[in-house]
Design a protein around this ligand. Structure first.
Ligand code: G3P
Ligand code: CA
Length: 228
């Protein structure tokens, strides 16, 4: 079973920072999960929330700041908010990246998808990244921009047949399911549809054991050290 570090080794280090990714890498994880969104000047930054307060010493909505302005904030332990380009430069040889398109305004997904497709063309990554999102129209649009990119359908509280249907429509390679929604039936249905199934957020040995028993393809964890 593959282990992806959720926002890096976020259980112990500031989430979505180079420090958290470096520490996850030291543990020998298979992949990093990370969140991306656009700064005011259309740079792709690695950041989870709509607003800066929870994880930095800044205030307000991230999208209102340019990259240069964002870089002045402390994202924890002196870390700065990384750009996706910085992460790709550091980790083009792996681990594999699972990049979540974050949308805090659901309708405006095209600029981020366009910027991501353009940026990925600049890098020759050893392991093809997997792009996921709860925003399914964004994934449909992403597929229209790239026939070959790996897409995972992220879902929660949606009827499973709908998840499988959208995965089929956009030729996804995977789905990503919350731990409280996974079941042997869903794993079997995903496999029958030719889809890898990832489960998040798997933070305990017990949850990891359940996923192994169910035959889950990969798990996404804040504590990859605990579940290896
Ligand atoms: O990849 C799944 C998980 O990261 C989705 O939820 O809120 O942690 O981005 P969230
Ligand atoms: Ca995420």
């Amino acid at each position: 079973m593959k282990i992806f570090a959720h926002r890096g080794f976020s259980g112990q280090y500031p989430e979505n920072t180079i420090l958290a990714f470096d520490k996850a890498h030291e543990l020998g994880v298979d992949g990093f999960e990370l969140d991306i969104q656009l700064s005011k000047d259309n740079k792709i930054v690695v950041f989870h929330d709509r607003r800066l307060e929870r994880t930095t010493d800044g205030q307000g909505r991230l999208a209102r700041y340019t990259l240069q302005e964002l870089k002045q904030y402390d994202a924890g332990q002196g870390e700065r908010i990384p750009t996706l380009a910085e992460l790709l430069k550091a980790y083009y040889l792996g681990p594999q990246l699972m990049i979540e398109l974050k949308y805090h305004t659901a309708w405006n997904y095209q600029p981020l998808v366009d910027a991501l497709v353009k940026l990925l063309k600049r890098f020759k990554l050893k392991y093809p990244p997997i792009i996921c999102s709860f925003n399914w129209p964004a994934l449909v649009y992403l597929r229209s921009k790239s026939r070959s990119i790996n897409i995972a359908v992220l879902h929660t509280r949606k009827p499973f047949p709908r998840v499988l249907k959208i995965a089929d429509l956009i030729k996804a390679c995977a789905i990503s399911t919350p731990i409280n929604e996974v079941s042997s039936k869903k794993v079997a249905l995903a496999k029958a549809a030719g889809l890898n199934i990832y489960v998040w957020t798997v933070n305990s040995k017990k949850q990891a054991a359940l996923c192994r028993q169910l035959g889950v393809f990969g798990v996404i964890s804040n504590f990859p050290d605990k579940i290896k």
